[in-house]
Write a protein that binds this ligand. Structure first.
Ligand code: THU
Length: 141
């Protein structure tokens, strides 16, 4: 049987389900200003699915990225850490999280967390190398 690259990298992650959840989430986006709907979805370490969409504001700089909604959803539905992440644009294409959102995801990463990226599956550490994080604070969580 042919082993796909994807399976080799992470046999336990259903990336297709994650993609579908991200596309579903994207359909809830409120993006009247940019007209750039975004959806994000992730599996938690304990197997839950969390998702989010971008929510814009007339005061443009207050826009919430899809990842903001996702981490809020994570915290509101039991907390925990993220195992795998997928973000899409309106066409369903993989979208790289913006710099700020990489930091948001970093905070809640499970060890070895993976992201679907435009370069294929990558780890959180590859997407945000040498990250600042809780480990840099005097009283880490
Ligand atoms: N956006 C996200 O939701 N996540 C990202 O990682 C990149 C950008 C949203 C913010 C804004 O509503 C729209 O995409 C255009 O920047």
């Amino acid at each position: 049987m042919m082993v796909m690259e994807q399976d080799r990298a992470s046999p336990s992650v259903d990336w297709r389900a994650l993609e579908a959840a991200a596309v579903d989430a994207m359909k809830n986006a409120y993006a009247p200003y940019s007209k750039f709907p975004v959806g994000a979805a992730a599996f938690t370490e304990d197997g839950r699915l969390v998702s989010g969409c971008n929510v814009e504001n007339a005061s443009y700089g207050l826009t919430l990225c899809a990842e903001c909604a996702l981490v809020g959803n994570l915290q509101m539905t039991g907390g925990g850490l993220l195992r795998a992440f997928y973000c899409v644009d309106s066409a369903g294409n993989v979208l790289m999280p913006c710099g700020r959102c990489r930091q948001l995801l970093y905070e809640f990463r499970a060890p070895g967390m993976e992201l679907m990226t435009t370069q294929g599956i990558q780890t959180m550490d590859q997407v945000l190398p040498d990250a600042f994080g809780p480990q840099n604070l005097e009283d880490p969580r």
